[in-house]
Design a protein around this ligand. Structure first.
Ligand code: SF4
Length: 475
């Protein structure tokens, strides 16, 4: 279902549109230094920041690799432990099955309204549309998700869904939807949203949430949030449904504690998130809160096929968002340009893998190759390497345009003949100098005009490096 909604093939057109949007650019330029600065401070707060950070990274990589090498075993353990605590465990192979299972659980329990905490997997499944079509009202309760839902949009960042919106846009949206006087004071606006959402928390019969990790040894879901909505969604309604990817399992509570030393620091720079909840089973006799029914929906949707492939490392991802927060491409475009659920460098790898490489041809190229993403990833996912691998797969799969393939073949042929190569490079250096205008800039790059659509280039000297070097030696 999610695949049908992907707009990733329109990346280039959308990117051009986003770059030219001054409101979006203002919102992005304001957000980037906050993300980058907070993470730097969070990592810097470790005892000996660089050393401890690298040690923690190694420990987190080991935990995630250990899980992935025996994923079926840890999922089996999780399932039996969760069932022992009274939870139901269901399995979904794709987005369509997620929707069917959630609607079936809702119907079994007479649910008419579902309060939701942020869940990227429900975005993969387009669950809100499916719930509404089944007569169940979905209400997003994470503030960013709530704003995005009111605006009829999709999240543009995995941890800050409304990062693309300005304060004025949100104030207008609240005034229109809540029918109250316009406010631009952030705490007052938050209070207003809280008052509206409170009624939904109290009347929803079902809560739907993600979880950051599944703990195999206890059969628990670990939910990490900065807003109290996560706890409301998971404890007030009579039914709680957790939707999560199969790769999210970790063996023990101790492993979870280790990962938690890097997850909030990498995401928001916090040493610990405001709310860290371990949700185990259902309400027991004597409990004052908690759901009467807990259901885990464990989702594949393209994950299992990555096991044992060249892309297995991507399954280590703990969805911290650090890669996009440091990516110059993401912060020039925002998340919507990427056309599917996951933006930024992690999306440039995940979207082609989950929705088909042929449906996301431009995304592996949406990179400057600066490796900012790889250097901040807490679980050392080599994102640039994976993007290169995807590009290679495009070439070997015959997915690149014939003109590009022809040009590369011709270049390879020329590069294999040193005399011809030097002759061509000498002619090219002169040609590029000739292209420059009086100010010494190339405004339109003759044979590849796409390179100069949004920028110009300094003209080269008109001679190759070897020619210049030889001339200097002579002098
Ligand atoms: S790829 Fe790494 S940096 Fe990006 S979201 Fe995943 S864990 Fe975080």
């Amino acid at each position: 279902m999610g695949k049908l909604h992907s707009q990733a093939m329109f990346f280039q057109a959308r990117a051009a549109e986003k770059v030219a949007n001054p409101i979006l650019q203002r919102a992005l330029q304001k957000a980037k230094p906050l993300f980058v600065g907070k993470r730097a401070k969070g990592i810097g707060a470790l005892a000996d920041d660089r050393l401890e950070f690298e040690q923690l990274r190694s420990a987190c990589v080991d935990i995630r690799n250990r899980v992935l090498s025996d994923l079926d075993v840890w999922l089996d353990i999780f399932e039996s432990q969760a069932k022992a605590t009274g939870a139901e465990v269901l399995w979904a192979k794709d987005g369509e099955e997620i929707c069917e299972l959630v609607i079936d659980v809702a119907r079994r329990h007479g649910v008419t309204k579902a309060a939701k905490s942020k869940s990227m997997l429900s975005e993969e499944a387009h669950l809100n549309e499916a719930l509404a079509a089944a007569g169940i009202q979905p209400v997003e309760t994470d503030l960013g998700e709530y704003i995005v839902q009111l605006a009829g949009e999709t999240p543009s960042h995995i941890i800050a869904p409304a990062v693309h919106k300005t304060l004025d846009e949100i104030a207008d949206l609240f005034t229109k939807t809540h029918g109250r006087p316009r406010q631009t004071d952030i705490p007052a606006m938050t209070r207003e949203a809280r008052e509206v959402l409170r009624q939904h928390f109290l009347s929803a019969e079902m809560g739907i949430s993600r979880c950051q990790f599944l703990i195999a040894e206890t059969g628990s879901a670990a939910l990490v949030t900065n807003e109290g909505n996560g706890r409301m969604v998971t404890t007030l309604p009579k039914v709680h449904v957790v939707i999560t990817g199969i790769e999210k399992v970790v063996p023990t509570l101790e492993d979870f504690a280790t990962l938690m030393r890097l997850l909030p620091r990498s995401a928001t720079g916090q040493t610990i998130s405001n709310y860290v909840s371990l949700l185990t089973g259902t309400r027991r006799p004597g409990d004052t809160e908690g759901p009467e029914k807990t259901v885990f929906i464990l989702v594949d949707n393209g994950r299992a096929k990555l096991l044992g492939s060249a892309y297995q490392e991507m399954l280590r991802c703990i969805r911290c968002g650090a890669c996009m927060n440091h990516c110059p491409v993401y912060f020039s475009l925002g998340g919507h340009a990427y056309g599917w659920v996951y933006p930024g460098p992690m999306g440039s790898v995940l979207t082609p893998l989950f929705t088909g490489l042929e449906n996301a041809l431009d995304l592996p190229h949406a990179s400057t190759g600066c490796n900012q993403c790889g250097s901040v990833c807490p679980v050392r996912i080599p994102l640039p390497k994976l993007m290169h691998q995807l590009r290679e797969d495009q070439v070997t799969g015959g997915m690149r345009p014939w003109s590009e393939r022809f040009a590369l073949k011709a270049w390879a042929w020329v590069a294999g003949k040193p005399a011809l190569y030097h002759w061509v490079v000498r002619r090219a250096a002169r040609y590029l100098k000739w292209l420059a205008d009086d100010s010494g800039r190339i405004r339109v790059l003759g044979l590849a005009p796409g390179w100069t659509v949004g920028r110009d280039l300094p003209a080269p000297a008109g001679k190759t490096f070897q020619e210049l070097y030889a001339a200097r030696k002579r002098d």
